[in-house]
Design a protein around this ligand. Structure first.
Ligand code: ATP
Ligand code: MG
Length: 416
C-alpha cells in the first residue's frame, strides 16, 4: 500500500463516495438529449449542493459541469424556441423562383435550401458557445419586438473556426429555427475569370437576397479574399472588395446574413468589421466531446466509461472528426457482433485514423495492457475507477489492482 503513488492514493474513495461513478453515470444519462427534464436538473442541482456542502469539491465540480452543459442545451430545445413570425421584409421564396446566374457562363450564383433540406438537430457545442448561439437566435426570434422599441437587432454574423467544427451545420440549423430558407452563395459561380464580372455577380447575388425573406449564407467566404491575393488583378480586386462592402452595408436593414470562414486571418479587416457578431467555434472540450461521441455512436449502447475514453482519445479533434471515429467504432460493432471488443476497436481506429488521433494518444494505446491501464487510471480528465478499468480490459478487479500496484512499485524502484 505504501508503494502506491500519491495520485493513486488520492484516488482512494471513502465508503460514502464509493458510488460516485454510478451517480455520475446516472446524472450524465438523465441529463443527455436536447430537451432535458427540469425536474432531473433540479435533483442534480441538489446533489451538487450536497457534495459541495460536504467539501467533496471534485464530485461537486464534475456534476456542476454536467448540469451547465445540460442547461445550455435546454436553451436549444424546440419547445423553448418560438418560431419566427417572419417580420422580415421581402417576398416569399418558392422552389419556382428564378435564380440569378452568371451572364457569361450561365453558372448559377446561388442554391436555395428550404426547410426540409435543413438540419433539425443543433450541433453540440461547449456551454459558452451554446449560450451565445441561443442569445443570437432569441434576438432574431424577437426581431419585431426589438424593432418596435427602435432597437436594431443583429443583422449579420460571421462564424469562424477550424474545419469540421460545425460552422455550416450551425448556420443551416439557425435558419431552420427561424423558419427561413437559405440562399447559399455559390462562390464557384460568383468568382469569375472575366474582368469585372465578379463584382457584377456579387451585386446580383445581394439584389436577389434583398428581394426575398431568407438567410443569406456566404459559406467559405474567404474564397473572395483569395481573389485579392493575385497581384495581377489589383484594380479588379479593389472593385470586388468595394462591391462586397457596399453590398453588406446595403443588406444591413433588409435581412440576416451569415458569413463563414475557416481562414479568418485572410479576411479584409473592413469586411470583418461589417459583421455585427463574430462567433468563434472552437474545437469541443471534454464534456462536449462526450456528448458528440454519444450522439454519433447511437444506436450502439455505450457506457459512460466508453464515452469518456473516446473523449480522451479525441482531444483537440473537431466534431466532424469525432463523428468519423464514432462511425468507425459502430462499423466494428456491426461486423464483429457478439465478439465486439470496445478497447480493441479503439486501438484499431487509432491506427486506422493515424492522421486524426493525436500522436500521444496513439502511442499510449500501443502500450501493453498493464501500462495502458495505469496511464488511464492516472489521467485526471478520464477519472476512471478500477471497476471501470476492469470492464474495459475484460479482467477482474483484482488483476487491475495488481497491475496498478506493480506499475507503482516499478516506478518507485526506478526513482531510487
Ligand atoms: N459540434 C458538432 N456537433 C455535432 N456534429 C458536428 C459538430 N461539428 C461537426 N459535426 C459533424 O460534422 C459535419 C461537418 O460539419 P460542418 O460541415 O458544419 O463543419 P464546418 O465547420 O462547416 O467545416 P468546414 O470548415 O470544413 O466547412 C456535420 O454535418 C456534423 O455531422
Ligand atoms: Mg463548412
Amino acid at each position: 500500500m505504501q508503494l502506491m503513488s500519491d495520485h493513486v492514493q488520492s484516488r482512494r474513495r471513502t465508503a460514502q463516495d464509493h458510488h460516485f461513478p454510478i451517480i455520475r453515470s446516472l446524472c450524465r444519462t438523465a441529463l443527455a438529449g436536447s430537451a432535458p427534464n427540469e425536474a432531473v436538473q433540479q435533483q442534480v442541482r441538489r446533489l451538487v449542493e450536497s457534495y459541495a456542502g460536504e467539501g467533496a469539491t471534485h464530485e461537486a465540480n464534475t456534476l456542476r459541469q454536467l448540469l451547465e452543459q445540460s442547461e445550455a442545451q435546454s436553451a436549444f430545445a424546440p419547445s423553448r424556441l418560438v418560431r419566427s413570425r417572419q417580420p422580415l421584409p421581402g417576398e416569399e421564396l418558392t422552389p419556382k423562383t428564378p435564380l440569378p446566374v452568371d451572364r457569361e457562363t450561365a453558372t448559377r450564383l446561388v442554391d436555395v435550401l428550404f426547410h426540409e433540406q435543413l438540419p433539425s438537430r443543433a450541433p453540440l457545442f461547449d456551454v459558452d458557445v451554446q449560450g451565445g448561439v441561443a442569445a443570437l437566435i432569441n434576438e432574431w426570434v424577437h426581431w419585431d419586438a426589438l424593432k418596435s422599441m427602435a432597437i436594431h437587432p443583429t443583422h449579420s454574423c460571421l462564424i469562424y473556426g477550424a474545419p469540421g467544427t460545425g460552422k455550416t451545420r450551425l448556420a443551416l440549423w439557425m435558419a431552420a429555427q427561424l423558419g427561413l430558407p437559405v440562399v447559399l452563395a455559390r462562390l464557384d459561380g460568383l468568382v469569375s475569370s472575366f474582368l469585372g464580372t465578379t463584382s457584377r455577380n456579387i451585386g446580383a447575388l445581394f439584389q436577389f437576397a434583398n428581394r426575398y425573406r431568407c438567410v443569406l449564407l456566404l459559406d467559405e467566404f474567404d474564397a473572395l479574399a483569395k481573389v485579392r491575393d493575385d497581384p495581377q488583378e489589383v484594380g479588379e480586386i479593389k472593385r470586388v472588395v468595394n462591391t462586397l462592402l457596399q453590398s453588406l452595408d446595403s443588406r444591413h436593414e433588409l435581412g440576416i446574413t451569415i458569413g463563414i470562414t475557416n481562414h479568418d486571418q485572410l479576411l479584409d479587416a473592413a469586411v470583418w468589421r461589417r459583421f455585427d457578431i463574430q462567433l468563434n467555434l472552437p474545437r469541443p472540450r471534454f464534456e462536449t466531446r462526450v456528448q458528440i461521441a454519444r450522439y454519433y455512436l447511437q444506436p450502439l449502447a455505450t457506457t459512460d466509461m466508453q464515452l469518456r475514453l473516446i473523449a480522451w482519445l479525441a482531444e483537440g479533434l473537431s466534431g466532424a472528426e469525432i463523428e468519423t471515429l464514432a462511425r468507425s467504432i459502430k462499423k466494428s460493432a456491426a461486423i464483429e457482433g457478439e465478439h465486439f471488443d470496445f478497447l480493441e476497436s479503439v486501438r484499431q481506429l487509432s491506427t486506422l485514423h493515424g492522421g486524426r488521433v493525436p500522436a500521444v494518444r496513439r502511442e499510449a494505446l500501443r502500450q501493453d495492457n498493464s501500462d495502458l491501464a495505469a496511464m488511464l487510471y492516472e489521467d485526471e480528465s478520464l477519472d476512471l475507477e478500477q471497476k471501470e478499468l476492469a470492464q474495459l480490459f475484460g479482467r477482474d478487479p483484482g488483476t487491475i489492482s495488481r497491475w496498478l500496484r506493480d506499475r507503482s512499485s516499478t516506478r518507485t524502484r526506478g526513482t531510487n
